[in-house]
Design a protein around this ligand. Sequence first.
Ligand SMILES: Cc1cc2nc3c(=O)[nH]c(=O)nc-3n(C[C@H](O)[C@H](O)[C@H](O)COP(=O)(O)OP(=O)(O)OC[C@H]3O[C@@H](n4cnc5c(N)ncnc54)[C@H](O)[C@@H]3O)c2cc1C
Length: 552
Amino acid sequence: MTTIAFVGAGPRTIGLLERLAANLSALPAPRLRVHVVDPYPPGGRVWRPDQSPLLWMNSRAGEVTMFPDDTVRCAGPVRTGPTLAQWAGLPSGTFPSRRAAGRYLRWCFGRIAGSLPSTVDIVQHRTRAVRLCGRTVELADGDRVEADLVVLAQGNIDGRDERYGAGHLPPAYTADADLSFLPAGADVIVRGLGLAFVDLMMLLTEGRGGTFHRGADGVLRYRRGGAEPVLWAGSRRGVPYLPKPDPAALTGPPPPSTGPAPGSGSAVPADPDAFWPAVCKELGWAYYHELCATRRDRTAMPWPDFAGRYASLAWGSDGMRALVAEAVPDPADRFDPDALADPLAGKAFASEEALAGWLRRRIAGTVAAPDRYAAILPALLRIGDRLSGPALGRLAKLSAFLGSGPPPYRLEQLCALSRAGVVRFLGRLPAVTVDGGMFVAHSATLRYPVTARFLVDARLPDDDVRCGDPLLAGLVRDGAAIRGGRLAVDPDTFQVLDTAGRPHPERLALGAFATAGRLGSFARPRSDAAFFRQNDAVARWLLHHVSASTRR
Ligand SMILES: Cc1cc2nc3c(=O)[nH]c(=O)nc-3n(C[C@H](O)[C@H](O)[C@H](O)COP(=O)(O)OP(=O)(O)OC[C@H]3O[C@@H](n4cnc5c(N)ncnc54)[C@H](O)[C@@H]3O)c2cc1C
């Protein structure tokens, strides 16, 4: 009998089990025991069923699937199954709660476990794995699992973050954080306007008894519950992410390219600024291609004429500016990547009310036209595929800003909360100091500082395998290599590497804590998702080792 231990029962492990089951169906059945270790039920921590229904996915139900289809290029047999929308009977455009996704994942786990041959059994351990020593996985409940092969699929782990003591909530999973220390009516400085902020905002408003109503004028309004604090929110950009675009807007044919794409052929400069004009030109190409194709009323030149001249002009040149002015009469329709990436840069407001008014108008505009920038996302991803280092980092942040924002309705709620005075804005680049037990925020946007007794860092912890998880910290002490705080793994086989670069023969790792196999989002149906291809390769690697050890 061969034994495989999976640490983590999140989507990655469930996806690996699906591929294991599918590949086993085509093999003579070996005797196999699979251990799955996680303190949370199948589906894992992010998707656990006991969290507030106010915590939503930022994926639409039709965008989420745990089953491959015939678009997936993998060696193992494809066995199809329902998307989250199909399984739950939801319209595919719905943004489900995370606990609804957890119910889907638990069902997937059950179905997959039930499809295994009788020679294979699964043992679940609802506890943490705390140490991996040789072939022994030590569990927090005192149990030990002897495993021939170990797969670490631990997702985001906790890390090393600055702590200011009482009154400060450091980066955390919002679902795990105890928010009861934030009293009704108290001012709270919040750093971050991303998805963790949206979770926090919902828990502290609707979660504390407030309600949203749409008036006869169509405007969404907030009625206070009385227990909410006042959130003063700012972030690097000072504006929330753009609303999550509709995938239908992203699945059209990729825009044509201006020619050799940035990053191909010649070396990418280490300084992302040096690279930016080439990226802007490529993104502008995608943007104007879409504008010419879909908004003829907004353009004054046919695409072939525009394209012929655009290709030979440098980004930012007088010639390029003249061409764009001639072809796109309204400046509001022109592509301005700097204003897009950093809309508050250079702006300062005399009062929070003035800043909030500007922000609400901007947010309402992005909600009304959520897919305006969707066309440049495929171009961004295509350029990102060829980059690494700081240039990739800058692009990844822009992709997240454009493509991984909250559901549009959550942004409408943000505007309603701003009108009700429950959410206030700090603007861009808030710097927080501590003065006499109070937190003081100075931003580049507001002309005066804001003082509060409470500070919340609304983001996930900076994970670091040296300190975020005892098992991983132990592996590092025992000689596993790290890169940028992550466990170093072979990018093709996902084998854990030691400091000499040698792959471990029996240990694999994939996920956010490792240098490969990060699952930024769920696999979309009919997209040949890397998730399935990776899982298939790993499952076949495991089965190859199972049959080799059975023969020994
Ligand atoms: C708050 C949040 C919201 C998200 N929302 C979305 C979304 O809406 N749409 C989307 O596509 N993606 C979303 N994501 C991305 C999400 O991380 C991935 O979709 C997916 O959950 C990653 O799967 P995973 O299995 O790699 O890791 P995880 O889902 O993190 O699962 C890892 C599991 O490992 C367990 N674990 C860790 N250490 C140990 C240990 N030592 N012993 C035992 N068990 C351990 C954890 O308890 C956890 O259950 C979100 C992520 C977060 C953090």
